[in-house]
Design a protein around this ligand. Structure first.
Ligand code: NAP
Length: 317
């Protein structure tokens, strides 16, 4: 006989890349007895209903956030960071006592600040951030394996119930993630350098290339394999999500941006002075970082991100 699911009822508010991946993973792993979902628009809700009927990844789709959380044991908000506070306020009166309320937002300080004041004392509020994603969004973009061997960072408040934290950690662990616990402030600083700044740089490079006079946009696309295309994947990420990240993690991002600008100035000076040794040393250090990421299992070991290269057609003799 199968063991009882970890949560009898799971409510998912927001059904895009992350909400959809949680539903698929939770269903595959039998983590929830019932999965109830909702999203902001009628179009997304209708699509999720179809996905539920076709693949069984949700049991019910409801019209409102308040309806979704009714009797739910675990509620996860997978929506843009900027609306988490409003949604917390909206669902607060309908939460089941003892329920765990969580989110997946890419910024943790702002989520805790915006949500906590609205939530009743008889629920467990434990913010979370699965450090996993792709550039795609919407109800069809999710997949059950998204969190496999990725990190999920929990930022419970200091007085959080240890058992509730453990249950949420088990949930994410069963979805394949490695769980780490830290403060929201530390999370925001770490993610500012590992995620938010790289996105800002990618957004900048892609628009700079697009605006360059003397190089046509068709040439930018045609010769993109020189490096540019790897930035375009990141720069294709969801505009709403990233607007909210920069609005809500302003201080940490500005701090990292300051460090980045200093390093950029050092490299600019080395190029201007023809200081090959400085450039070589710098690039040698960064190459080692790439190796470290691969060694930690956080990326493919294959060259060129493991892209497949078509066979070279044999020249007719
Ligand atoms: P997404 O694919 O754009 O999905 C967002 C979902 O939120 C949509 O279903 C949207 O509904 C719904 N939504 C928006 N406002 C809502 C509201 N007021 N009430 C109910 N539903 C609402 O976004 P995502 O990539 O899954 O990102 C969601 C969250 O995950 C963000 O906080 C982001 O920071 C975090 N995150 C993202 C990634 C990533 O790589 N994408 C990685 C880790 C964490 P409609 O479809 O009807 O508009």
């Amino acid at each position: 006989m199968n063991a009882a699911p970890l949560f009898p009822r799971l409510a998912l508010i927001g059904f895009g890349l992350i909400g959809g991946s949680i539903a698929r993973g939770a269903r595959t792993q039998g983590l929830a007895g019932e999965i109830v979902a909702t999203a902001r628009s009628a179009a997304t809700r209708a699509r999720v209903k179809e996905l539920g009927q076709e693949f069984g990844i949700v049991d019910r789709v409801v019209e409102t956030n308040a309806e979704a959380v009714k009797d739910a044991d675990l509620v996860i908000l997978s929506i843009p960071v900027g609306v988490c506070g409003d949604v917390a306020k909206e669902i607060a009166p309908y939460l089941k006592p003892g329920a765990i309320i969580s989110d997946v937002g890419s910024v943790k300080g702002a989520v805790a600040r915006d949500m906590a004041p609205h939530l009743p004392a008889n629920v467990h509020f434990i913010p979370a951030h699965p450090v996993a994603g792709t550039e795609n969004s919407g109800p069809d973009s999710g997949f059950a394996e998204l969190f496999n061997n990725r990190w999920c960072i929990l930022t419970p408040p200091p007085d959080a119930d240890a058992k509730a934290v453990e249950r949420l950690a088990e949930f994410w662990g069963t979805l394949g993630a490695n769980v780490e616990i830290m403060t929201p402030e530390h999370h925001d600083l770490v993610l500012a350098i590992t995620s938010h700044l790289p996105h800002l740089i990618a957004y900048t490079i892609v628009s700079t290339a697009e605006e360059l006079e003397g190089v046509t946009s068709s040439e930018v696309l045609k010769f993109s394999a020189g490096g540019f295309r790897d930035f375009t994947r990141i720069a294709a990420s969801d505009p709403t999500m990233w607007r909210d990240v920069f609005l809500t993690n302003k201080d940490a991002v500005l701090e990292m941006l300051g460090e980045f600008q200093e390093d950029l100035s050092k490299l600019t000076r080395a190029i201007r002075r023809g200081d090959g040794e400085a450039l070589f040393d710098h690039f040698t250090r960064t190459r080692a970082i790439r190796r470290g990421i691969v060694n930690l299992g956080q990326d493919e070991a294959g060259a060129d991100f493991g892209r497949r290269h078509a066979n070279l057609a044999k020249k007719p003799t």
